[in-house]
Write a protein that binds this ligand. Structure first.
Ligand code: GLN
Length: 456
């Protein structure tokens, strides 16, 4: 009830949700009943969970923030949602996003712009801006997002919450509406590292409905957590931390840089051994990402033809039906990505763009591997700046894309990364949060969560 009251109070200013469930109290009461009867309830019993609207939920609209899927109600739950429900979690509603996950602010949603709870004149980040804002404003306890190029980590940073992008394949993508299938992963938001870890426990693991989901064993991600009072003086003694040199070069706001350097000295106090590492291909990540993500999206989004799903226009001829349904259904950012993608994939240009971007991807994977052979974790800012004003970059797509420089490489390499608050810069009524990104080896979320838990 307290969460619902808070939702009612804050939602008119924030617009984090596209749809709210009417069944929250009923579901909570049912769990209450079970507890009273001494029946088993799962580890998420009664926990309110926000779900990004590109993740399918049965009986609730799932629009991906697009007019093309307005009013679409899927007949099934995404595997991640199914698992949350089986463990007692209550889906409180569907959170706002940039259409199909394409954007960094939620301004590319077809329906509404979400505001940042720290300063409502600023963006919450994106594309999972609704999920981040909802946890930040305590409208729900935890939330699910998706991260193709930073969409969990950058909004976590902008909204001052914890955001976890798991290893590619750790969480089933079944029921996640595809943007770029080789990069997409469902991720977790929480107001603490422990909360994000508990949610990861719930959603991880192999799923036969997603051929790319991994059979890797799923540990209890929170088993290594210890109470702060039990900590020795140097709990992270011997942990090798590499600071990625290229991420602190020009282009990073000075306030962000000093917050990160503050985090570095905190890690040192905790006993870590720090060194600088160079990832020479780092700056190539951004162009490679935008070519690959657009190419994959141009193919994935061909399924929205006005016949199979969602909105259909009235037309007297089949091609006109396809064309008009897509022309009216997709927003301008999505159309731009489809055009860029089909261009990069077309016969005369494939070698020059798509193939080269794939080669760059391999280089990036190799340089991360080398850096992670020498270090336990790598660190960088989660974004080059704190949250900026709504409208500030809306008409300058290149400036907006440039803001993804810290996160896209991690998706190209398929690695897990944790973002957690590490300081503030000036701005807004109470300062603006800055996020630290910790990157780990594939399937080593456990280490990231342990280090993050001790760090916070
Ligand atoms: N901002 C990036 C993009 O627009 C990343 C989005 C995401 O991770 N879904 O593609």
């Amino acid at each position: 009830e307290s969460y619902l009251t808070r939702l009612k109070l804050t939602e008119p200013q924030l617009n984090s949700f596209l749809h709210l469930s009417n069944n929250v109290l009923k579901e909570a009461q049912a769990i209450d009943e079970k507890i009273r009867r001494n029946e088993d309830v799962g580890p998420l019993a009664g926990v309110l969970v926000g779900v990004k609207d590109n993740i399918c939920t049965v009986g609730m609209p799932s629009t991906a923030g697009s007019k093309v899927l307005e009013n679409y109600c899927p007949p099934f739950d995404a595997t991640a949602v199914k698992r949350v429900k089986e463990l007692g979690g209550i889906v409180v509603g569907k959170t706002n996003l940039d259409e199909f996950g394409m954007g960094s602010t939620t301004e590319a949603s077809a329906f509404q712009v979400t505001a940042n709870p720290w300063d409502v004149s600023r963006v919450p980040g994106g594309s999972s801006g609704g999920s981040a804002a909802a946890v930040s404003a305590r409208q729900c306890v935890v939330s699910l997002g998706s991260d193709t190029g930073g969409s969990v980590r950058q909004p976590a940073s902008f909204c001052g919450v914890v955001g976890l992008k798991p290893t590619y394949g750790r969480v089933s993508r079944f029921g996640l509406m595809a943007y770029a299938s080789s990069l997409d992963v469902i991720g977790c938001f929480g107001s603490s590292v422990a909360d994000a870890g508990i949610l990861l426990n719930a959603v991880s693991g192999h799923d036969r409905l997603d051929a790319t989901s991994s059979k890797q064993e799923v540990p209890d991600f929170t088993s290594q957590f210890v109470s702060a009072t039990l900590l020795e003086s140097k709990p992270l003694k011997g942990l090798r931390v590499g600071i990625i040199r290229e991420t602190l070069d020009n282009g990073v706001d000075t306030g962000v840089k000093s917050a990160i350097l503050g985090a570095v000295s905190h890690l040192e106090e905790l006993g870590c051994t720090l060194s600088e590492v160079s990832l020479p291909s780092f700056s190539l990540g951004l162009p490679a990402y935008y070519i690959l993500a657009s190419s994959e999206s141009s193919s994935n989004l061909s399924r929205y033809d006005g016949v199979r799903y969602g909105n259909q226009v009235v037309a007297d001829e089949l091609n006109a039906l396809y064309e008009d349904s897509r022309a009216k259904g997709f927003g301008s950012e999505v159309k731009m990505r489809i055009l860029m993608g089909t261009y990069a994939l077309s016969a005369g240009y494939y070698d020059a763009y798509y193939k080269r971007a794939q080669q760059v991807r391999t280089l990036i994977q190799k340089s991360f591997k080398a850096a992670l052979d020498e270090n336990d974790i790598l660190i960088s800012p989660a974004a080059p700046s704190a949250a900026y004003k709504i409208g500030e970059k809306k008409n300058d797509p290149l400036a907006m894309y440039a803001g993804d420089i810290m996160t896209v490489n991690v998706n190209l390499a398929g690695l897990p990364a944790l973002v957690l608050p590490c300081g503030f810069v000036e701005g807004g009524p109470a300062g603006l949060p800055v996020g630290l990104q910790m990157i780990g080896a594939a399937f080593d979320e456990e280490k990231l969560l342990k280090v993050g838990h001790i760090f916070e």
